[in-house]
Design a protein around this ligand. Sequence first.
Ligand SMILES: [Zn+2]
Length: 294
Amino acid sequence: MVNLLSNIVVLIALSAGGALAKLKDRINYPNGLSTPFGPGLSENTESSAQWLNPWGAGWIPEGCKDRFISKGYNASDAQVFNIKYSDCGRAWTFCRHKDAQLSIEDMADSFGRMSVHMRSLVRHPIALPKDSGCSAQAYTNIGDIVMYGNCKALTVWLHETGHQLDARLKPSERFSGTEPWLKALGNDTCVPDSYANTNTIEDFAQVVVVAQHNTLLGYIPKEAYPGCMENRQGLLEDTFGEDYLEYIGRCSNRPKDSKTVSTETTKRERMKLMKRVKAQEENDPDVVGPCSFS
Ligand SMILES: [Zn+2]
């Protein structure tokens, strides 16, 4: 609950630019994006995972330890894996809580279905438990994405990686805050789904899902208001389509892995870490979410 409250503070802080009111009255996909967009994305992608190599007990990437401890879990309950995909020479290090609803195979598969350049925006994919449903967070200053609960849907992975696309390439100015994007938003008449109405950042991440579907399949599922978000979708595809959304992309510009640390945590260390992470989450617009998905 404390975490939830602190994240609400983050969301409100993010909305202070005038986006507290919803962006648009028209909702193009009233039931969310996973039902209309999930099947096309799943049927036309496959994971290029080659091998999966578990770490020995006792060690964890610092980025994972920060998330585990700050969310009230023990770092020693993390399962850490290196996962190598055929389209990138360097493996990714994943962290999964032993009770997370996502299996390591689920994580490897969903992440691996994204284009390699989208994956290259991410440092550590992390899975933590949640009683029901799925929510997720993106730490766009470091590249980590965190999945809580049953987040197997590719639309969710694309959404969170979409936050990285928005913010990581030019940390001083997220794309969703630039003039061309806001102008396109002004010219459009709808949001993709009701969640996109949260603010311009969430809207951008949902348009990434739409643009990915169109780039991959050449169409988008039937719209309630045809063409109502074509300016944002077009701008996103023109700007990032070839380089990020096409599946012939590159494995490049990846964030460095966080350093390897011990899973052991003294009380003093835990307190210090909690303080550091709390300050980060409350004040840092680079922490996006929790994004909630039905
Ligand atoms: Zn989000």
